[in-house]
Design a protein around this ligand. Structure first.
Ligand SMILES: [Zn+2]
Length: 428
């Protein structure tokens, strides 16, 4: 089969008011229905700066930015990915009544922004000329989230149809949340996804116990359904700060017979790709960097979370106000707080004051880290580079804590990934 693909970065598309008629670039793709693997037929590479070692489909990059779709978020995010050459994952508001109409609106806005970000002179275009755009219906989040049932009708075929109509690179299902131990509900979601067609990726918003305690069942169901999967992991803070969850993810990546993506995450996407994931999506805000559990009072979408900013030396997100306190206290090591990313130009991180500037810097700096690690020469070199980087960051964070007196503990994901080091074969 063929499917119309991503939004053309350089296309000066006059038809953007009618996204269904907008210019998608045709990439030939075929899907082996038996294996669930998405392959390619004569597709040209569009992955550019972030080629995936195990791409979800031809030309799909390994790193995505995951953004909400309010106009003020969307235009900044689309312009950012056009420069950084990551993919863009659009995340709809779960309270939106007409998701299909909303997706048409946001894809239209993306086309305008991405076209405007391209150089006017087509000859100045680099080899890569496309931005891969995917869409997350986000029905699994919030207080009134949808929950998977064993009896079926978990997925809406119209949601898949509109993604095809809009020319998105693959169609992600509008999956409900899958609670722990609900194996028949998990199987129902996967079976429904497979029935929707070979270009469909099953989104699996999971209770973390699936990775911590029941990964063998999860792997068995995924391999039985033979449909590509995009994971969303639920946790109060950082799902991949839990050692058993990291171990479960690594086992899943090793034993899955289909492509696995990781959505709604943070720096750990680099580790996931190093260990075999097709792609990882870094959220623009704290609420989009993992799935919050629902709670009787409060919790849920956590729209009021403090602004998080990526601190390169710590290899971690920190609250912006905490970061500024650390900078003020650490007079003897001001070099620690200078960022060399191409948005900061060797300025101190204290120059960043708002959420948009924070995630523009954060994605840029994380992309540079990801490029350094994922450019390593083999899967094993990538894995060693990632766990080594986690260990280095742990030590740096402990030094900062000791020297500033602040609560600056290493984030748990660094220890969780570094604990894999003894199990890795040595580099020859
Ligand atoms: Zn920066």
């Amino acid at each position: 089969m063929q499917i119309r693909s991503s939004i053309h970065r350089g296309a000066r598309d006059d038809s953007h008011a009618h996204p269904a008629a907008g210019r998608g670039v045709v990439i030939g793709r075929e899907v082996d229905v038996l294996s669930g693997q998405i392959g390619e037929v004569g597709a040209r590479s569009a992955a550019g700066r972030f080629p995936s070692p195990n791409p979800l489909f031809a030309g799909c990059p390994s790193l995505f930015l995951q953004t909400a779709c309010a106009t003020r978020h969307l235009s900044a995010a689309a312009a950012l990915v056009a420069v950084e050459e990551t993919g863009l994952l659009l995340t709809l508001n779960p309270r939106m009544k007409d998701r299909i109409k909303e997706l048409r609106r946001v894809v239209s806005e993306c086309r305008v922004t991405i076209a405007a970000a391209a150089p006017a002179d087509a000859s100045a275009q680099p080899v890569r000329a496309e931005i891969v755009v995917l869409a997350d219906a986000n029905r699994y989040a919030g207080k009134n989230r949808a929950v998977a049932t064993a009896t079926g009708s978990n997925l809406d075929p119209a949601w898949v149809a509109v993604q095809r109509e809009l020319g998105l690179s693959a169609a992600l299902t509008d999956s409900p949340y899958v609670p722990a131990e609900k194996q028949t509900a998990l199987a129902a979601v996967l079976d429904e996804a497979r029935a929707l067609g070979p270009d469909v990726v099953a989104v699996l918003p999971l209770h973390l116990d699936w990775l911590k305690k029941d990964v063998a069942s999860l792997i068995a169901e995924i391999n039985k359904a033979a449909v590509p999967v995009a994971l969303v992991l639920e946790h109060d803070n950082d799902p991949l700060g839990v050692q058993d969850a990291v171990a479960g993810l690594v086992r899943l990546l090793a034993e899955a017979e289909v492509k696995i993506a990781l959505l709604r995450c943070d720096i750990s996407v680099i580790g996931a790709v190093a260990f075999g994931a097709s792609l990882g999506a870094v959220g623009t805000t704290t609420a989009l960097r993992h799935l919050y559990p629902t709670k009787e009072k409060g919790g849920g979408f956590n729209g009021g979370a403090r602004i998080g900013i990526y601190v390169p030396r710590s290899m971690a997100y920190r609250a912006l106000d905490t970061l500024n306190t650390a900078i003020a206290l650490d007079q003897e090591h001001q070099e620690r707080w200078i960022c060399g990313c191409h948005r900061c130009f060797n300025r101190p991180l204290s120059h960043i004051h708002d959420e948009v500037a924070a995630y523009q810097h954060s994605l840029t700096a994380i992309a540079e880290l990801g490029q350094n690690i994922l450019d390593a020469s083999s899967p094993l070199h990538r894995q060693h580079a990632w766990v080594g980087q986690c260990n280095h960051a742990q030590v740096t964070n402990m030094e900062i804590a000791a020297e500033t007196g602040l609560n600056w503990d290493p984030p748990k994901f660094q220890g969780a990934w570094h604990k894999l080091a003894p199990s890795l074969p040595p580099l020859s």
